[in-house]
Design a binder for this molecule. Sequence first.
Ligand code: PEP
Ligand code: MG
Length: 593
Amino acid sequence: MVLAKSDVVQDTYLVGIGVSPGIGIGEICLISHRSTVDEWPIEADAVESEVARFHWAIDQARQQLQEVKENVSSKQHLREHLYILDTHIMILEDEMLVKGTIEEIQKKLNAEGGLKRVLSRLRQMFDNIEDEYLRERRSDVDAVGERLMRILTGEHDRPLSAIGQKSLVFAHDLSPADTMQMDRQNILGFVTDKGGQTSHTAILARSMEIPAVVGLESVTSLVHDGLPAIIDGSTGVVVLNPSAGTFKEYLQRKQAYEYLEKELHSFRDLPAVTTDGIRIALRGNLELASDFPVARRHGAEGVGLYRTEFLFMGREEPPDEEEQFKAYREILDEMTPHPVTIRTLDIGGDKFVPELNLADEANPAMGLRAIRFSLREGRLFRVQLRAILRASVFGKVRIMFPMISGVAEVRTCKRILKEVQDSLTEEGHDYDQEICIGVMIETPAAVMIAPLLAKEVDFFSIGTNDLIQYCLAVDRGNEHVAYLYDPLHPAILRSLKIVCDAARQEQISVSICGETAGEPLYTMALIGLGLNELSMNPAAISRVKRVLRQISRQDGEELVERLFALPTGKEVSALIYKEMRQRLPELFTQSII
Ligand code: PEP
Ligand code: MG
């Protein structure tokens, strides 16, 4: 039943996952809603024609995807996302999907019912995958499944490309193919029942800079065409049928956001320098090819963390030397003259690559992960080092080893690196003879021996995501203990200080590449601790730069002194917030509702 406007209570607030910042205010255009699929038995003599109908649906889906591909290939900013469409075309050929559905039909079930059962099995399989990135690749299978289902049921979603006036798009789910076809001029934002932070649709929304909120579960069953709404992609808030007061408030927030964005954009080409003249390098963390344009647009001074494990995910065989060499070279072509820090494979723990046959471990976070895996799988490690070294002549490369827990490990890495260098020399390959090597500080052991490690390497990069997990004994992915995961815990502040002091003593550079680095609230304290490089999600760079340019290292040092007198993370957080709010009220006054 379609609800009349008055059936939606005024100022209905809903909170989903904000995946692409910005505020959209307008009327809803409902593209698709949660639909139910019926299954029914068929006669034995109807099986053959039902199988043929399923094959026809696959052909239709392939044709539709090819058409989208042709339409978007002329759009420069979307070209790099075409691989998603190829992935969807490949899924249409997947044996589990196709053969599985045909087997269900052969059990005398209609094609929609057979497909529904197979999709539900595949979803279960994906839900059991621990790695968040891979788990969310389920959305690609869902998108293909829904496309096939729509073809089979004859249901047609309203095409996004046909939306003629400025609207907020509400949809049960939006496939990346749908999202790519959005006309930025007419779409003020979108909201979906489904989705998560790292789904391709979310990634695309960020790169197209369309405000988006996902994961609202059943919002499409509440709304109807023309209903006024507000979406806030930064906080994940959606307001249905807003009152005049709420409308006015969000209009002001939208103007403030746009003003701030414009102003922040003007920081893009300004140097990241404190008021007392200290230059801080602000770099980007990258994992996917789609991150490059965002990194460039936000003025990243190179890459402080390239998570190479994403090259190894979702494929049968690990990438060979040539493929890795090309991938590393591609980043250097984009980022030169800025440095690119390539982290050697960091799998295991929460980043699971099933194809590499990791051991089944009771406690994977403390198991054979990161550098431990590379040192055991020497061949894989050497191939990666060869590829990185060969690429190093095309720019400024730094090699970084993850999850180091002792000096012996670093020495083994250096020995292997030297052997690889010697063999490249013998083969006549060129590489950067002065290549910098560094370690990630992610374990409490590495913190305690930072003065010893500093003598072995050219730089430190603190991986706070893991350091907080290991130092506070709080699994970073476990929602039950998430309340204990505190970047401002006094133990973390003290750990950062030990590492920064050790780096200063040996005159090596020290950065943070965990999420802590991209939180502008922490910037002043981090500078006070002595960090001279921060690497973050590129979209966070302008805000951090904005803070940096208004504080001095001395301000930071004084703040740190006061923070060290406080016994709990909560008190540390309250003091930082108070201090930053006084200094930059326009950046630190946003609340969720
Ligand atoms: C970290 O642990 O802080 C880090 C940057 O590495 P990852 O998040 O990839 O484990
Ligand atoms: Mg880590």
